[in-house]
Design a binder for this molecule. Structure first.
Ligand code: ADP
Ligand code: MG
Length: 323
């Protein structure tokens, strides 16, 4: 069991940023409105995510660290009606199998919380704990028991920047949630509730784009597109400032990135990328999110009209901006 969790961890937990993403998605699924992320040494020493969500009762907390015990997929149809960020029920067990892991949680109705201590997938202790309503997950010494994987971690700076990007992405996708990111005990980023999508976009894409963002808005009966894309004068050498959401899930989809490019129609040079925040909304049964355990890849059942809508929406937005 520990071994199969470790194997699953190889797919779900590639690096500290993937842990942060899984934990924050859980907080969002738990209806948290405030999420605090604390990182020490690029997440290699400590990743702690605390939320004010609904919390877990003790039995449910114990189930949450058992693989698939909380899977929301019971049949094939379920796969296409997924509205929560998580659904596979394997992130917590995977993370707990390759770290020193503590979960502290309390629901509104409980007088006292529950604390579960795990090391390398083994439960060491379960106890009562005084705690605020919500959940705190602490992940220490990631990959301490899988040295081969630990070796693949990059410098603290690199791992930290992956974490910061992941947090930025989730802050964009969830403007109704307050985020605070602490790096080595210092507050590094704070997204409050008064920042709307535009303000969060400017902060994340860079101050230099403030006056150079074109709003995107399109809707037909099949797909809806919203967001902001940069004026062609603002480009980067990588696609790292393209934030792509499908049904509010931060995804990577080559086809969509190509479609975005297509929308710029020769307005930017090859090798350069625009910046932007792109939200695609489509019926849940039109997209498969269970392509990979990391849930970053998706598959549209009918991708052509989505890509076409994206290109045309961008093209139109940029043409207007020029007039
Ligand atoms: P999944 O998100 O795919 O369901 P996870 O392993 O990420 O699987 O989490 C397992 C379960 O633990 C969740 O389904 C949820 O019930 C519970 N859980 C995890 N994190 C939290 C949290 N921050 N607050 C409340 N419940 C949580
Ligand atoms: Mg999850």
């Amino acid at each position: 069991e520990i071994l199969s969790n470790q194997i699953a961890a190889g797919e779900v937990v590639e690096r500290p940023a993937s842990v942060v993403k899984e934990l924050v998605e859980n907080s969002i699924d738990a209806n948290a409105t405030q999420i605090i992320i604390e990182i020490v040494n690029g997440g290699k020493s400590l990743i702690r995510v605390s939320d004010n969500g609904i919390g877990l009762l003790r039995d449910d907390a114990l189930l949450s660290i058992e693989r698939y015990a909380t899977s929301k997929i019971f049949n094939k149809e379920d796969l296409f009606s997924i509205s929560t960020m998580g659904f596979r029920g394997e992130a917590l067990p995977s993370i707990a199998s390759v770290s020193k892991f503590i979960l502290v949680t309390r629901t509104t109705d409980s007088d006292i919380g529950t604390k579960i201590d795990i090391a390398g997938g083994k439960i060491l202790n379960v106890s009562d704990a005084g705690a605020p309503v919500g959940t705190m997950v602490e992940v220490k010494q990631l990959f301490f028991n899988t040295p081969a994987r630990k070796k693949f971690l990059k410098s603290n700076t690199t791992e930290t920047s992956h974490i910061a990007d992941a947090v930025s992405g989730m802050a964009l996708g969830n403007p109704h949630v307050q985020f605070r990111l602490f790096l080595n005990h210092k507050l590094q980023k704070s997204f409050s509730l008064s920042d709307d999508l535009f303000q969060r976009s400017v902060r994340i894409l860079g101050r230099d784009v403030a006056g150079k963002l074109c709003p995107l808005e399109f809707a037909d009966e099949f797909v809806r597109i919203q967001g902001y894309c940069s004026n062609p004068s603002v480009t980067r050498r990588s696609s790292s400032k393209i934030f792509l959401f499908v049904n509010n899930r931060l995804v990577y989809d080559r086809g969509l990135i190509a479609a975005i490019f297509q929308g710029y129609k020769g307005r930017i040079m090859k090798g350069n990328f625009p910046l932007g925040v792109f939200f695609v909304e489509i019926a849940f049964d039109q997209v498969d999110v269970n392509v990979h355990p990391s849930k970053k890849e998706i598959r549209f059942f009918n991708s052509k009209p989505v890509y076409q809508a994206m290109s045309e929406t961008i093209d139109r937005a940029l043409s207007c901006a020029q007039d």
